[in-house]
Ligand binder design. Structure first.
Ligand code: NAD
Ligand code: UGA
Length: 438
């Protein structure tokens, strides 16, 4: 099939590269020329395992290219995906500015077209957006009619950063929200060889499924973090509790890993947007508000711990292992490292940080207020304490390296250290979220 993708960020690039790899003929569009040039040169603009290799393979085989021209992309495609950003406004409600601009631009380009094409929204948008914002703009600027001259679908994306290619290629389900049957059939055709269930719904149900999924997963994380905080007080290891409850098929084992809260570009933004939207409709979503509040509190768990250990933190050298919001990612958006480091800087700590991939992005946030290290060893050297912020695999078994520290105090915000008991044997003072801390 001929596919175009408008907005070549995380979702757009992964979608484009994967659909090309499945044999489709793909054009990616972005307004940022540097991103377009980078893609055409075979450079992935984000860090994601295997992305660059698959991009290059498909560039070579001429199944993918990038452009800044929406006209060219609309002309080319049978299906046009919209995957531009939907950030939060200052009041935390969704900002639909990019969606509106893109809809106008696609509408204008559609005006010149005679063939039937399907426009599919892949961005995460509040229920009602495709019907009330996208379709009216497409119709106004094209002078054509949805359902007659062109098709419309809403196809939410469920990939996780760090596992994006795997998730795209191996989805648990594909949701096709359709304006009408003909539109849905076109998207169904594109995904027909995937072995997962395909659920076809109306547009606003598909939009809500995306929000409900993210809100549920965020709730699961805040739930296990709350249980972790109680476990700590009672000398119980929350990981054993999570294992025990996860064996109940009704609960399941996933997303029960206690830590210092969820970050990233999605959960915080999407749960907040759902809250704002419910509030606007006159319903107060108390559970979701509490999920967000708990998450904010949880991010500062390591700071509370360290303040209990040191009565005065000024000039203490604190090693921060991990800056990204999760392992296998260079993404700093809403990372717990931000409030943790800012709070320690206020206490006049000297911060030495190491992350295998996120340092360049972190520099844009912290500038020269902190020291950036090139290895775990450099980071831990002579430190008064260490805080593990990100669940990078390379931090799992670094027992020997803790000998480099001035005080062997380890505050594990992600429960990434494989064997906390071994720390005790090695005279390392270990504190973990939901662990049997002293
Ligand atoms: P992003 O910010 O990484 O990328 C969006 C891209 O759109 C940017 O490169 C921007 O330059 C481009 N853009 C904006 N306006 C444009 C226009 N008029 N024409 C062409 N390009 C334009 O965003 P993302 O992380 O890829 O997320 C996109 C959407 O997908 C959001 O709604 C997000 O909530 C959703 N989503 C994201 C993920 C994820 O893991 N990042 C997963 C599922 C869903
Ligand atoms: C999340 C969802 O998992 C995806 O399905 C969804 O498509 C995406 O949001 C989105 O809508 O954009 P992502 O934010 O990339 O994906 O990463 P996750 O693996 O979900 O992790 C989010 C945060 O939760 C991270 O900070 C992670 O450390 C934290 N987390 C995750 C926990 O604290 N405990 C867990 O058990 C799982």
């Amino acid at each position: 099939m001929k596919i175009s993708i408008i907005g070549t960020g995380y979702v757009g690039l992964v979608t484009g590269v994967c659909l090309a790899d499945l044999g489709n003929d793909v054009i990616c569009v972005d307004i940022i020329k540097e991103k377009v040039d980078a893609i055409n040169e075979g450079k992935a603009i984000i860090y994601e395992e295997n992305l660059e290799e698959i991009l290059n393979k498909n560039l070579k085989e001429k199944r993918i290219r990038a452009t800044t021209s929406i006209n060219e992309a609309v002309n080319h495609a049978d299906v046009i995906f919209i995957s531009v950003g939907t950030p939060s406004r200052e009041n935390k409600a969704i900002d639909l500015g990019y969606i509106e601009n893109t809809s106008c631009e696609i509408g204008k380009a559609l005006k010149e077209q005679n063939d039937y094409k399907v426009i599919a929204v892949k961005s995460t948008v509040i229920p009602g957006t495709t019907e009330n914002v996208v379709i009216p703009l497409l119709e106004e600027f094209s002078g054509k009619k949805a359902g007659k001259d062109f098709g419309v679908c809403m196809v939410p994306e469920f990939l996780r950063e760090g596992r994006a290619i795997y998730d795209f290629m191996n989805p648990d389900r594909i949701i096709i929200g359709e304006y009408d049957k003909k539109s849905g059939n076109a998207i169904n055709e594109l995904f027909k060889n995937f072995s997962c269930p395909i659920l076809r719904t109306n547009l606003r149900t598909a939009e809500m499924i995306k929000y409900a999924s993210n809100a549920f997963l965020a709730t699961k994380i805040s739930f296990i973090n709350e249980i972790a905080n109680i476990c700590e007080l009672k000398g119980i290891d929350v990981n054993e509790v999570a294992k025990g409850i996860g064996l109940d098929k009704r609960i399941g084992p996933h997303f029960l890993h206690a830590g210092i809260g969820f970050g990233g570009s999605c959960f915080p933004k999407d749960v907040s947007a759902l809250i704002a939207s419910a509030d606007e409709n006159g319903y107060e979503p108390k559970l979701l508000k509490e999920v967000m509040e708990l998450n904010e509190r949880q991010k500062l768990w390591p700071v509370r711990k360290i303040k209990k250990i040191f009565s005065d933190l000024s000039n203490k050298k604190i090693a921060i292992l991990g800056l990204a919001f999760k392992g296998n990612s260079d993404d700093m958006r809403e990372s717990p490292s931000i409030p943790i480091i800012n709070s320690l800087l206020k206490e006049k700590c000297k911060i030495y940080a190491y992350d295998p991939k996120a340092t360049e992005n972190a520099k844009k946030i912290f500038g020269n207020k902190i020291n950036y290290c090139e290895s775990v060893d450099e980071c831990l050297n002579d430190a008064d304490a260490c805080i593990i912020v990100t669940d990078w695999n390379e931090f799992r078994e670094i027992y020997d390296k803790f000998n480099l520290m001035k005080n062997k105090i380890v505050i594990d915000g992600r429960r990434i250290i494989a064997d906390p008991e071994k720390c005790k044997k090695l005279n390392i003072k270990y504190y973990g979220v939901g662990y049997k801390n002293e």
